[in-house]
Design a protein around this ligand. Structure first.
Ligand SMILES: C[S@@+](CC[C@H](N)C(=O)[O-])C[C@H]1O[C@@H](n2cnc3c(N)ncnc32)[C@H](O)[C@@H]1O
Length: 371
């Protein structure tokens, strides 16, 4: 075998491991509302092995799926697809017995046109793809603007093709890490993997609770970037009272709530070398920054940008946001009302002069404090 072929064969072998049904169940329970009326595509799945096909066949009715398509890949042969569209065998229920097998014209590679045609048509892709092709696999999903929930190696968070997508909030990490994978010989191995997704879930909106105060002695500044490091005695401690740049390990991305933090940069300092502390490289740090309440609110307003005629709160002027956002602005005004020169509040007033004025009037009307 030539060196290239040997390398390819080794890679293909390292891609053969199987997701456990228990891991799929634990994760997918957080996304049930996304699956109603959806066409699910598992594009790297042999139905003899795939617990994804098993999960979606078993729960077809419970989740209210419209369709399930799975493609089996066989590098050396013409392959096939499996589909469930309804109660094909007429036994009164929809499950794995309704899978219909149809031959493909190719080997079932996710990059083949016949696979791409199904990709374009489906609503959500859910699978564990070959890790050796992970970058290409995600690039294809992004290219076709597909929703997905897929398994990937923990280290994929650090790939230069993947990190920017997390930074721009075009994809994020799922709820839980996976436990073990099955192997073709029936043995198990530790998974070292997590879920990469574009489906919203609850954990992503939960803030990390911060207890500690900033201590100059524990939070050292990097040599090559204006930020403090948040690892002290092997513990990650993000100070609760520090609103400038801080550095944390890449595993932070598993807890990233975009309302709580902004991602500033990954790994490198201003000299484009790994971040250093007292001359020592600190591998794979992410520089993040706390969002102030005002910043959270402004982000929200920018996202929403809807003209909304406010009713029922005694105001007749239209707002540039919904009621909930407006009430948030009132409470923010309350926070900021004694600091009229506050930079954030001035920015907000420029962005939304009418909202700021209305929030101010509303707050005054409803509070007995002297201004
Ligand atoms: C990590 S395994 C996961 C299998 C299954 N999806 C599961 O979760 O148990 C990745 C699978 O992708 C298949 N595969 C490898 N290259 C592929 C390709 N180019 N297109 C589609 N599937 C591929 C492999 O045969 C392997 O079964």
């Amino acid at each position: 075998m030539s060196n290239t072929n040997l390398h390819k064969a080794k890679k293909a072998k390292s891609d053969e491991f199987y997701t456990q049904l228990s891991d799929i169940e634990k994760e997918l329970e957080h996304y049930k509302n996304h699956f109603k009326d959806a066409h699910i595509f598992c594009n790297c799945d042999d139905h003899r092995w795939s617990a994804f096909v098993e999960y979606f066949s078993m729960n077809f009715e419970l989740l209210g799926l419209k369709k399930l398509t799975a493609i089996h890949y066989d590098a050396n042969n013409i392959s096939y697809k499996l589909e469930i569209t309804g109660d094909t065998n007429g036994d009164g229920k929809i499950d794995g017995d309704d899978l219909v097998k149809t031959a493909l014209t190719g080997d079932g590679d996710f990059r083949n046109q016949e696979s791409i045609d199904i990709l374009k048509e489906c609503d959500i892709v859910v699978t564990n793809p070959p890790f050796s092709l992970f970058r290409e696999y995600i690039a294809q999903l992004m290219k076709y603007d597909k929703k997905f929930l897929v398994v990937g190696p923990v280290m994929a968070m650090t790939y230069k093709e993947i990190f920017p997508l997390m930074q721009s909030e075009d994809l994020w990490i799922g709820s839980k890490r996976l436990g073990v994978f099955g192997q073709p010989d029936g043995s198990m191995k530790s998974a070292g993997a997590l879920w990469f997704t574009t489906l919203d879930h609850k954990k992503r909106h939960e803030s990390i609770i911060l207890y500690n105060e900033y201590k100059e002695s524990e939070n050292t500044k990097y040599d090559n970037y204006d930020a403090i490091d948040c690892v002290f005695n092997r513990k990650v401690i993000i100070p609760k009272d520090y609103y400038k740049n801080v550095g944390v390990p890449i595993t932070f991305m598993e807890k990233f709530n975009p309302k709580q933090f902004s991602i500033i940069r990954f790994r490198k300092g201003t000299d484009n070398k790994d971040l250093r502390l007292n001359g020592k490289d600190q591998a794979l740090r992410v520089i993040i920054k706390r969002k102030t309440k005002m910043k959270q609110f402004m982000d929200e307003i920018e996202k929403q940008g809807v003209l909304f005629a406010q009713e029922g709160i005694g105001l007749t002027e239209p707002l540039n946001c919904d009621e909930e956002t407006f009430m948030a602005s009132v409470s923010l005004y309350e926070d900021y009302s004694y600091k009229k020169d506050d930079e954030d509040f001035m920015k907000l007033s420029k962005l939304l002069p009418s909202n700021a004025a209305i929030a101010q009037a509303y707050w005054k009307e409803n509070n007995t404090y002297e201004d």
